[in-house]
Design a protein around this ligand. Structure first.
Ligand code: HEM
Length: 149
């Protein structure tokens, strides 16, 4: 992500937050319609958790130039994802759904430039999560392994 991409994403954060509920609704509608397999992953999640996911995306947009502010939150969520067995291949499902929802809700404000910036920003954040979760899965596997005699 270059500075221009970060600036574009940051500039959309307040608007996305204002329309948060609409975006969340559109996002899950798309996710569960196009990727029904995702429903099982959310079977124990409360409604509140759906909103938390979207809120974190907005917090990310607002802090895109100071990501260290999000570090603690990312680590906590990565652990929850690992407990729920979220895998790297699930990230494009949420990414596509989020982008469709942003486009739908922002309408004319969702220019190609804005959509491209968001695609890059989501890609970056998903890599951060996937790397962290990979580490946590590996740690869990190591501690499950029998101790050598
Ligand atoms: C960059 C993308 C993502 C962000 C920002 C994100 C963020 C979050 C947040 C903030 C929570 C709530 C944690 C809490 O309870 O405090 C959460 C939970 C959850 N996320 Fe993610 N998430 C992302 C990607 C995904 C993906 C790809 C999936 C799977 C399709 C997923 C599935 C879940 C589920 C199932 C829960 C609830 C777990 C439970 O308690 O049952 N998330 N996520």
């Amino acid at each position: 992500m270059n500075e221009q991409v970060k600036a574009i994403v940051k500039s959309t954060a307040p608007l996305l937050k204002d329309r948060g509920e609409e975006i969340t609704t559109a996002m899950y509608e798309h996710l569960f319609t196009n990727y029904p397999e995702a429903k099982a992953l959310f079977k124990n999640a409360s409604k509140d958790q759906y909103i938390k996911l979207a809120n974190m995306v907005y917090a990310y947009a607002a802090n895109i130039d100071k990501l260290e502010n999000l570090q603690k939150g990312i680590e906590k969520v990565a652990q929850i994802h690992v407990d729920t067995k979220i895998l790297p291949e699930h990230y494009p499902w949420v990414g596509e759904s989020l982008l469709v929802a942003i486009k739908q809700v922002l309408g004319d404000a969702a220019t190609d430039e804005v959509m491209d910036a968001w695609a890059q920003a989501y890609g970056f954040l998903s890599t951060v999560f996937i790397d962290k979760e990979h580490e946590l899965y590996a740690q869990a596997k190591a501690s499950d392994a029998p101790t050598p005699a």
